[in-house]
Design a protein around this ligand. Sequence first.
Ligand code: NAP
Length: 503
Amino acid sequence: MTAATRNPRVCVIGAGMAGIATAHTFVQAGFTDLVVLEKGSDVGGVWHWNRYPGLTCDVPSQIYQLSFALKPDWSQVCATGEEIQRYHRDVVDRLGLDKYIRLNSEVVAAEFTGGRWRVETRDGHVEEADFVVCATGVLHHPAVPNIPGLESFEGPVVHTARWDDSVATEGKRIAVIGTGSTGVQVVSALQPAARSIAHFVRSPQWVIWAPMTVRQPRLVSRVLAGAPLLRRAVYAVALQAANLFTDVVIRPSWRRKLVQAYARLSLRVLVRDRALREKLTPDYQPLCKRQVVSGTYYRTIVKPNAELVTEGVASVTPTGIRTDDGRERPVDVIVLATGFKAHNYMRPMDLRGKDGLSIDEAWADGPRAYQMTAIPGFPNLFTVLGPNSPTGSVPLQYSAELTAKYITHWLRRFRDDGVRTVEVTDAAAKHFNEGVAEALGPTVWNTGCNSWYFNQDGSVDLWPYDRKTMKAMLTAPDESDYEVTYESEEPSRRERARSASTE
Ligand code: NAP
């Protein structure tokens, strides 16, 4: 590479929401020497992989969207998974991002050698890049429980994150294991046509009632379609409203108590049978786990063909499920709504930074990053929605776009100032993570429940600050937190000018 062609080659891994936000941000900033490698056969990430019956986003659509592609005509207050997936495909097509994306390209290895990244896909394709950005998602790798006898089951076993449309559920005896946001949605969707549905619930969750499927009025869609400024204003108001939710989860207050009271009320009002209500009552505070929202579940579980099973799953037999009390329920189909290995991030890819340091070694005590995006030992590599991302507090699209803009700072420094490598220091990452650990103290996630939010060392893998703090941290990098090397020993003319101006 000559000094005249210092445009960085950038490789983004993943074309889900975060990858799309990143690619668009880079292109807008003029960084078009870009490739986005996507493992799936389409863009969309979780919305591509998850197609289970009943899939609906429980975050209102006016906020669950990219700020640069505001959709005026969402069909419902909370869109279905199918509509969100169509939206992502449409955004990619409309913004001309398709030409950067290589589908069916699973990255199996990435290594930092000789000042550049070498990225390899399963089909043997190799990309050389100056920067790698991992937008590989959080809820990506399905967690399949290790239940004795599961492999001996004679009927279909399907994980919700890999739904198989050929599996017949109508008129069948269905078992659903797991009661997170997914389990609750899939039980509600399958119950009406099932012969019977048994919901195996190891630990009940609080389910807040909300009218998620209310249609967005056509008139609203028409008005928003014709008024881009109004669309922006609605989005801005929705972002402000989301601040209220962030506040409720990160610090104790009467507002948190009010939401928790509403969760308790939802159960009390919708489930009149006292014995069933007791079985559905969690032994921890509402909001402690990722809050489940549903307009249908409590009405579904009381139906004559539905059964709540709170005895533990002991084993699976060829024809049914046996619980700890020795009882066996015959079933035709087993649905695993058992969640994800949420702390894998870009693993299992063989990711190696400086001096061959593997990501498994770097994350031996659990995934850690500086400000969700930079990892010591991994120069010129960033994550978007990496460790400590605000799944469940600040809107994820907002976080992804902000992080992508933050990264463009380094792309610019590479292009304009002769920067060769940039790597966050150990000290900065340690300082950031100590601050996070302290700030997690008063959050609701820390009030005595177990959830996928927890790392193996017992720390919570979430963002404990508000959106304003996120913006302050990620608007521009604090360069003193990074070790920067240059193409030539001698800093470029611009770099000298830059240093002089900050002195
Ligand atoms: P999850 O919240 O991790 O729930 C997994 C469920 O499976 C839990 O009830 C868990 O019980 C149970 N489970 C796991 N292993 C089990 C075993 N061996 N035996 C019995 N039960 C077992 O997973 P999820 O429901 O897929 O949701 C994950 C996240 O995806 C959500 O928190 C949310 O962030 C996101 N999501 C969002 C939406 C949306 O509408 N926006 C929809 C779906 C999912 P324990 O609690 O006892 O471990």
